[in-house]
Design a protein around this ligand. Structure first.
Ligand SMILES: Nc1nc2c(ncn2[C@@H]2O[C@H](COP(=O)(O)OP(=O)(O)OP(=O)(O)O)[C@@H](O)[C@H]2O)c(=O)[nH]1
Length: 303
């Protein structure tokens, strides 16, 4: 059984913890084994009070997921997966994290096959959204990215918005992200079956258009069975669409004794020769990618 992972994204104070509490109460009813990972920008995490004592909690203090503590997150996740073996993990990402960075931080090629990322749920503070123009351009951009990359959107704090304002926020948000289901909520009260029904796996995801293209952010894990030719692999890289944001994993070239760790982000490839055998898993994160074509090309490299 794979461990399900849900990412709760959204700006500071938008209502992520309020949502998390409901999800945890529901998990308790279902009797599933749950873990929570949180990261906060400040030193002290108040939100951990929201979590029951029997839920393993890994707090990631001192920074956002995206940069300083990415390795720490990976290590903690691996620890959880090998020791506690929860059935489901909720990751409450700080308001300062970009969804691609969060996905990147949790999808390690060493244990990607043990997890199933169910989706990114972005909680938007409706009031803050309407007043966003008073925020710095960087923060406005981050708010937009969190909306654009969500699989499910909660437009929260509707109790503080008039009907007209609610219509305005939902219109703006839905025009930024047409594939995600958007729900107007007060105190993040969302139908939980919408959350449970999410899937981010590029190949399992319901295709959203006739041409079979997946419009949203999605992930894919490939396992090489054979060594490949480096020139052919580099040809494959050159033909990738610009919306392939990250690739990382282990690949073995036909001339080498051991695999190389390969990293690719925004078009830049990096190779690092390993000195032992490691399972040849490669993780892909992209948007609007036809994963069947990627899989066929990778299969072809192994011929
Ligand atoms: N009026 C109103 N307040 C809400 C709503 N949802 C949450 N709040 C309040 O907003 C505050 C922040 O909510 P949290 O759930 O802690 O938000 P968060 O996104 O986890 O915040 P950080 O942990 O700071 O990122 C709390 O005081 C909540 O009680 C809502 O729909 N309406």
């Amino acid at each position: 059984m794979k461990t399900e992972i849900y990412i709760l994204s959204g700006f500071l104070g938008s209502g992520k913890t309020t949502l998390l509490k409901q999800l945890l109460a529901d998990e308790k009813q279902q009797g599933r084994k749950v873990a929570v990972m949180m990261n906060e920008l400040g030193k002290v995490s108040i939100d951990s009070d929201a979590v029951d004592e029997d839920v393993p909690l890994k707090e990631l203090l001192d920074g956002c997921i995206c940069c300083t503590i990415q390795d720490k997150l990976e290590g903690q996740l691996q620890g959880l997966l090998t020791i506690e073996k929860p059935e489901v993990i909720y990751i409450e990402a700080t308001g300062a994290a970009h969804p691609v960075e969060v996905l990147d931080a949790i999808l390690s090629p060493l244990f990607a096959e043990k997890i199933e990322v169910k989706g990114i749920i972005s909680v938007v503070d409706g009031v803050r959204w309407l007043n966003r123009h008073s925020l710095t351009p960087q923060i406005q951009q981050l708010l937009i990215e969190q909306v654009r990359h969500a699989d499910l959107l909660l437009i929260n704090k509707t109790d503080e918005l008039s009907d007209m304002e609610q219509a305005k926020v939902s219109g703006e948000i839905q025009s930024l992200n047409q594939h995600a289901f958007a729900i107007l909520t007060s105190y993040a009260k969302a139908p939980l079956e919408k959350i449970r029904g999410l899937s981010m796996n590029g190949k399992e995801k319901k295709q959203s258009t006739k041409i079979g293209l997946d419009l949203s952010l999605s992930t894919f894990v490939y396992q090489f069975k054979k060594p490949v030719n480096k020139e052919a692999f580099e040809d494959f890289l050159r033909n990738l669409p610009d919306t392939m944001y990250r690739i990382k994993g282990y690949i073995k070239f036909d001339y080498a004794k051991y695999p190389s760790l390969f990293q690719f982000s925004y078009g830049m490839p990096i190779y690092l020769q390993e000195n032992m055998n490691i399972p040849l898993n490669m993780v892909f994160i992209g948007e609007q990618i036809d994963w069947n074509i990627i899989e066929q090309s990778l299969n072809h490299l192994e011929k």
